[in-house]
Design a protein around this ligand. Sequence first.
Ligand SMILES: [Zn+2]
Length: 124
Amino acid sequence: MKKNQNNDNVPDSLEGKSLEELWELLLGKEELEKKKAKYEARKLMPDFREDAPNILECVMCGCDDVPNQTLVVSVNINGIVSVNVLGAKCSNPDCREEYYAAVSIELVRDIKGIIKRKSENDDK
Ligand SMILES: [Zn+2]
């Protein structure tokens, strides 16, 4: 990797930097371009969805085949055993790490809360 010659110009404060500028500081221009290219390629995959995790590379094993798919999350409240949420799963058979979109996790938490409150009210 080429050394970043602008190192002396790195400001003390990162305030006001755009996300892209931060990535460039972190990765260097070359790595950032590679990451962007990878993401553009990911967008062309048939399973790509704006609201899915769209994992570029499994953090557990480094496998770059992590397709978006529906995952089952257990709830176990009031007879409801599980719900299906949008996520992604590593295709490496030795890994199978699962990834959830942050919004899915919040949704499951909300559902659990609502069901719990509802069942408490029913008891009265
Ligand atoms: Zn993996």
